[in-house]
Design a binder for this molecule. Structure first.
Ligand code: 1HE
Length: 264
């Protein structure tokens, strides 16, 4: 269902709602969804003004390509300081996605390039259609990643693989990306958004406290030293299991009224 544009989002983004899930779609297919400032700031506005009843978000794209990265037409006019500030702006926006209030599932297809891959890496789950290809052409453009890619992408595929992509211009296809960790799912062409929506709707049925723990605590614990990590884990576990929701869900299982793991 289309959502009225009460957030005043730019025309390069469109919204639809499906139950507890909102789908935000990059809508600049004529420029292969290249990320101009208007779009990036629109994403920030969207992710920082999510209605309370939205439980998960799908990040999708119009056209044949997810995103061709930074809008290179905007880059040519920036000096060094402006470049630094611009990168910090992307960091702020992509952090609002990664550490926003709800899980985000990205539906990838075609080009997932440079800043497009940085954007995808800020999501929590990535579904790739077979047409997906990943690249970091920054080396050949004379620039470097600036949207948090050097932090997030090595966590997915390792720094050596990312360095290889950047140094040699190597592309990964969808199957290679799945093996390397760039996506968690691979689906046939045209099926990406539907699969992402199915996953998001499943995620939306989880306890909000568990989803919060998974998106907020897990990445922090994974980066902490084990001593602090174990302690943070214990605190998060206690907070989550202390909620009424957790108690209701466990009672429902013990009463034979909840799904079994094998029912999914
Ligand atoms: C763009 C962009 C863009 C396309 N900025 N305008 N990203 C790149 O280096 C990728 C550059 N793009 C490509 O390699 C190709 O466009 C694609 C493989 C993605 C698609 O090819 P194709 O043949 O389907 O499309 P096209 O004809 O190349 O492009 C269609 C239009 O989109 C064309 O504009 P038009 O006005 O001539 O129609 C292109 O100029 C435009 N377009 N990509 C601006 N990226 C925070 S740091 C992040 C650093 C980076 O992201 S570096 C990676 C940049």
């Amino acid at each position: 269902m289309p959502v009225p544009n009460t957030l005043n989002l730019p025309s390069t983004l469109s919204l639809t709602r499906s139950g507890d899930v909102t789908v935000v779609t990059l809508n600049r297919p004529d420029k292969r969804n290249a990320l101009n400032d208007e779009t990036v700031l629109g994403l920030e506005h969207f992710f920082t003004h999510l209605p309370d009843d939205v439980r998960a978000v799908v990040l999708a794209a119009e056209g044949d390509h997810f995103c061709a990265g930074l809008d290179l037409a905007e880059l040519t006019e920036r000096n060094t300081l402006e470049g630094l500030q611009h990168s910090r702006m992307w960091h702020r926006v992509f952090e609002a996605i990664e550490f926003g209030p709800v899980p985000v599932v990205a539906a990838l297809k075609g080009a997932v390039i440079g800043g497009g891959l940085e954007l995808a890496a800020a999501a929590h789950v990535r579904v790739a259609e077979r047409s997906t290809f990943y690249a970091f052409p920054e080396g050949m453009r004379g620039i470097f990643v600036g949207g948090g890619g050097s932090v997030r992408v090595p966590r997915l595929m390792g720094a050596a693989r990312m360095a290889d992509m950047m140094l040699t211009g190597r592309r990964y296809d969808a199957a290679e990306g799945l093996t390397a960790g760039l996506s968690q799912y691979i689906v046939e062409d045209g099926a990406g958004t539907a699969k992402a929506l199915e996953l998001a709707q499943q995620i939306a049925t989880n306890s909000p406290a568990s989803n919060y723990a998974i998106t907020q605590a897990l990445p922090r614990i994974a980066e902490a030293n084990p001593r602090e990590g174990y302690f943070m884990e214990a605190m998060m576990a206690a907070i989550a299991q202390g909620s009424d929701d957790a108690k209701d869900r466990m009672r429902a299982f013990l009463d034979g009224k909840a799904q079994k793991v094998t029912d999914r």
